[in-house]
Design a protein. Structure first.
Length: 380
């Protein structure tokens, strides 16, 4: 009889000790931190790919239900990624081409103003009051080439040129990151339900049953932030941009893009609207048109910021608007553009902890809490 092949030695199965659990946790955190460090600037691509996957997941489920093809697991994610790319690429190319033409016209107007000054618009003569003071200020500050040169020196155009150059590099880098984000999105969506099941299991193992509640808060905050910030901001920019065209504003497309980008951040769109109205006045359009644009834009911003945004961002996760606003502004300052999504998600988790910790439970309040309440009542 031939001797049986030797079997590989096996280690006895023993329960993990507390030290082993702690060491494995530290190792896991170190590996995650090292992986994020190795990714470098592509961390942004991974983040945006994850954000887009959260937003597009309901769409993927709808396509999978209606698409009976055996290759739907690959075709449905590819269709979503292609649709997002077309939505971004085609309008961006058209806007960049049109904005470049308007930028050349704006540069020619600035050159002409520095050589000849800016003539006083006709609406100055029709002011009901303060006509003489306004005309005197215009003649002293804008009517002559020397005054325009002084104004340019105070505005420091070299800083503006540096900002434009930095913005160009940022746009190029953003396009690269966006391309990798779409690639990551495709693989996230292609992984589909098994990936979601693994994420659910990992959260349950780490955080227990309340981890699922936290997961739902984060998902709701991300989807609400996209709808309430990006889509509402683009809608505000579109409506106000149409008013720029009707009012005969200079370079209405550039002003509309500037307003739309500013409107994505609450309370910043108003400053952009004021600057655009001033540009309409300086270029010589009618005073009534500028006032109409200002009033219409203020109405759009008021309705969107006070009624539409709070419902879209905080409605599904029961997050008060003040928490939403602080999360958006604080996240933007701390994390840049990605903070528009990180901030509301963090504040949603903080608000959930506040609700769980401060809500009335089935057990009576401790004696110390009752004593504090009685002492406050006596002081009042």
């Amino acid at each position: 009889n031939r001797a049986s092949a030797p079997t590989a030695p096996t280690l006895p199965r023993q329960p993990r000790t507390r030290l082993q659990s702690l060491a494995q946790g530290v190792l896991a955190l170190a590996v995650v931190a090292l992986a994020l460090f190795v990714l470098g600037r592509f961390r942004s691509a991974l983040f945006w790919g994850g954000v887009l996957a959260i937003v597009c997941w309901p769409l993927l489920k709808g396509l999978r239900r209606k698409w009976s093809s055996p290759h739907a697991a690959t075709l449905a994610p590819a269709a979503i990624v292609l649709g997002i790319a077309l939505v971004f690429i085609i309008p961006t190319a058209v806007l960049i081409s049109a904005a470049a033409g308007e930028a050349r016209e704006g540069a020619q107007w600035v050159k002409q103003a520095t050589e000849q000054g800016i003539p006083a618009p006709a609406w100055l003569d029709r002011l009901p009051w303060g006509r003489a003071q306004a005309q005197h200020w215009w003649q002293a500050n804008l009517a002559t080439p020397d005054s325009v040169h002084d104004l340019m020196d105070r505005l420091r155009p070299e800083h503006a040129l540096g900002t434009v150059e930095h913005l160009g590099h940022g746009v190029a880098n953003g396009l690269v990151i966006m391309g990798f984000a779409l690639l990551i999105l495709f693989f996230f969506l292609r992984a589909g339900a098994p990936l979601v099941a693994r994420i659910d299991l990992l959260i349950w193992r780490l955080l227990g049953a309340r981890g699922g509640m936290a997961q739902r808060q984060v998902v709701g905050a991300v989807r609400g932030a996209l709808a309430g910030l990006v889509l509402v901001g683009l809608g505000e920019g579109l409506l106000i941009g149409l008013s720029y065209i009707l009012a005969g504003a200079p370079q209405p497309l550039l002003l509309g893009i500037f307003t739309a980008l500013a409107c994505m951040i609450p309370m910043v769109g108003g400053f952009a609207l004021v600057l655009c109205v001033l540009a309409i006045l300086i270029k010589g359009s009618s005073l009534a048109a500028a006032i109409g644009v200002g009033l219409f834009g203020a109405a759009v911003l008021f309705l969107a910021d006070h009624f539409i945004r709070p419902v879209l961002i905080g409605g599904s996760i029961r997050l008060p608007f003040m928490w939403v606003l602080l999360g958006i502004l604080g996240g933007l300052e701390s994390c840049g553009l990605s903070g528009l999504f990180i901030g509301p998600a963090v504040m949603a988790l903080a608000h959930q902890l506040w609700r769980l910790g401060s809500s009335r439970g089935p057990h009576p309040a401790p004696h110390a809490v009752v004593a504090i309440r009685m002492e406050n009542i006596r002081e009042e």
